[in-house]
Ligand binder design. Structure first.
Ligand SMILES: [Zn+2]
Length: 400
């Protein structure tokens, strides 16, 4: 199994699938089809049914159950794209067998156990690193390799399993792909995204998220004659920002603490603009954060006149926990699969969103499992083959 897994993984990471956040199309880059087409071919060779590649670059396929009368149906999902911020072109994976626990040099940078202490726990394992010049793309090609190897296992052994649906999706990294997911091509009770870290992790809590844009309208007058007349929009924007609680910034928060994060500012005397993102695991606390912005806007308008500040709030995504807790079978099934392999499941809240969170709100409960990939989104990214193997076994157990 390990050999198949490594072969799959090395094939996928060498294909450039970088997404592009500037694009308004799905997929954001045509090269994501390069991987999609390979996966379609491999799924055909494995003999899967209902293989479908959509014009938005979603791959769907089904492995029907080989148990007579079994009606269960479970899905597995991984994304094909890599992060736009760092090169995914010409990836040269570096396979290190029996890792000695020491620093790994990579073309001018290094994977140092002092900087990444968890490397020590991986001594003796097989690591796959970058050459220091690109991402590896273990996020999320490790997820794809795990799913494909699980399918290969069931097709080659014919061990009994439930109906398995798989989907490979574009543009997860830019957060815009999943709205094109076609649930009619993915008829299962629940699914798992394979897009996390170590094998014990189950993620089913993520942020509730909203964004805010505050526009300030000033009155631009020659500064020489401005007394008692000028309304400097930039000054008012600064005053607005200072009213927000300082401790609720990302740099001062962790675990379950939410934040209000200033992502962009611009201003002249006549006009100014502040952009924020708001995050909280607790939906009531997210509403409180929205109210803080509303109150600050009202204060500014009372002080400087009606319509000086205008606030636009928009919800982005919600915490899937509220739905998963009402549909706990997907969690129980993953926990049981781990326990049967002597792995103690651990839940950890995601300080971000997932495609699974959006799918959950579209009606398909979808917690997230690990991939054995680490340090994603940069040249320090690497994967541990034995952990990928463990995750493949977890998927096999889940589908059993
Ligand atoms: Zn990912």
């Amino acid at each position: 199994m390990k050999k198949e897994l490594l072969k799959n993984f090395l094939t996928y990471v060498k294909i450039d699938t970088m997404s592009d956040e500037e694009s308004t199309q799905t997929p954001s880059t045509q090269k994501q089809f390069d991987l999609a087409n390979i996966l379609v071919e491999e799924l055909k060779q494995l003999g899967l049914k209902d293989i479908y590649l959509s014009e938005n670059c979603f791959v769907y396929a089904t492995l029907p159950s080989n148990i007579k009368g079994n009606k269960e149906s479970i899905g597995f999902i991984a994304h094909m794209d890599t992060i736009p911020g760092f090169s995914g072109t010409n990836v040269k994976p570096n396979v290190i067998e029996n890792y000695n626990g020491k620093t790994i040099p990579l073309n001018g940078i290094e994977l140092n156990p002092k900087q990444f202490p968890f490397l020590k726990d991986l001594k003796g394992k097989t690591l796959i690193t970058t050459d220091g010049t690109t991402v590896l793309g273990a996020d999320d090609k490790a997820g794809i390799a795990i799913i494909m190897t699980m399918l290969w296992h069931y097709v080659t052994t014919n061990e009994p399993h439930v109906e398995i649906h798989v989907a490979f999706t574009p543009d997860e990294e830019i957060g815009s792909g999943i709205e094109h997911f076609d649930l009619t091509k993915f008829p299962c009770s629940y699914a798992y995204t394979m897009d996390g870290g170590n094998p014990q992790m189950i993620n089913y809590e993520n942020f509730n998220a909203a964004s805010a844009v505050v526009q300030f309208h000033g009155l631009d007058i020659h500064p020489g004659t401005a007394k008692n007349q000028m309304k400097n929009a930039s000054e008012i924007a600064i005053e607005f920002h200072q009213m927000l609680p300082k401790e609720q910034k990302p740099e001062y928060t962790d675990h379950y603490e939410g934040f209000i994060h200033l992502t962009h500012m611009e201003g002249i005397v006549g006009e100014a603009k502040l952009c924020y993102i708001l995050r909280d695991h607790d939906r009531a606390l997210l509403e409180k954060k929205k109210n803080l912005l509303k109150e600050a806007t009202n204060f500014i308008n009372k002080k400087y006149g009606k319509d000086t500040a205008s606030l636009q709030l928009k919800d982005s995504y919600f915490n899937m926990a509220e739905i998963i807790k009402e549909n706990p079978e997907c969690l129980k099934r993953a926990q049981k699969a781990m326990e049967s392999l002597n792995i103690t499941p651990m839940a950890s809240p995601i300080r971000g969103g997932t495609d699974g969170a959006r799918l959950t709100f579209m009606g398909l409960p979808t917690p997230n499992l690990g991939t054995g990939g680490y340090n994603c989104h940069g040249p320090y990214e690497f994967a541990c083959l034995e952990e990928m193997e463990t995750l493949t076994k977890i998927c096999i157990e889940i589908a059993k």
